[in-house]
Design a protein around this ligand. Sequence first.
Ligand SMILES: Nc1ncnc2c1ncn2[C@@H]1O[C@H](COP(=O)(O)OP(=O)(O)O)[C@@H](O)[C@H]1O
Ligand SMILES: [Mg+2]
Length: 345
Amino acid sequence: MPNNPYVLTFGKEPVEMIPRLSQSKDLIESFMEEKPSQQICLITGVRGSGKTVFMSTISREIASDNHWIVVELNPERDLLISLAAKLNSMNYLANIFKTAKINLSFLGIGLEVSGSAPLTDIESALIQMLEAIQKHNKKVLITIDEVSNTSNMRIFASTFQILLRKNLPVFLLMTGLYENIHSLQNEKSMTFLYRAPKITLEPLNIGTMTENYQQVLKYDYEKALKYAKLTKGYSFAFQVLGYFSWKYKDDEKRIYIEFKQYLEEYVYEKIWAELSAIDRDVAYAIAESPDGSISDIRQHLNMDSNQFNPYRMRLIRKGIVNGQARGYLYFTLPCFAEFVKESHF
Ligand SMILES: Nc1ncnc2c1ncn2[C@@H]1O[C@H](COP(=O)(O)OP(=O)(O)O)[C@@H](O)[C@H]1O
Ligand SMILES: [Mg+2]
């Protein structure tokens, strides 16, 4: 039997991929404009919604244009030093820096450059490096996966703001959970991030998913559609359901049970642990409501609109709840209502 084509691991671009055509086109085009109006974009969404994979797809596509240099940074490290070191590790750029007599030896990067004093300040070093890059008509895209409000990030962001002010060709793409991005954006010194565009990952296309299940699992249209709908377009669920369907063939009951348990153990329990006691009560009221009507849910909770609204908004922003239909709330994640009913005491 050939290997299971669906993957249960996070963060790696899967073999079976449902493209996000419009969201990636919009982002790439906005960065590639001649005079881009935005040089930052934040990608947010619930765990498993596909943030890391989306960012990898975008960076690969941008990197294929030879005007662009893409640098991936680890948010746990000293981001400014890493950025300078990574740029300098590309032969082509190292030569440009050498010709421009940018001496990074004091910063522990690269060799002594004769005839110029070593730069002692990382920010000035980056400014000079980017000016040299700009002269060669290149642009730099920096990607950072899973950001949170750490001192490394705050230091990096404040320097990035200065690079932008100097009109240097730097672009920043970051992913993070809503609460982490929110906390970073609300730092007093981060007003420029507050205005940065945010992409909330949309559910994957159900039609394309249906076709994938038809082709890969050899399901007929009706069954493939039923399974695609069962995922609610949630990226991780698409892989998990595909995986167990491949593994257990026609044992629908077993597929469903393991699908649900896998989502719970790998995602839902973490989400649940991060909710406050009242968030959980609200989630429970949504799960119990027969049709998701907000007035029922509020009644169940004994809350008026003013009390209820902040909780509603937070669950929507975290990507757990969909509030697009006026007056109604639904969970965006498959089997989440059952999970909540089983977890809430
Ligand atoms: N566009 C996509 N099509 C199909 N599967 C996807 C897609 N994006 C992500 N996935 C799958 O969803 C899961 C979570 O993706 P990941 O990018 O790691 O999520 P996040 O970073 O938001 O937690 C992985 O199993 C991945 O293979
Ligand atoms: Mg990720």
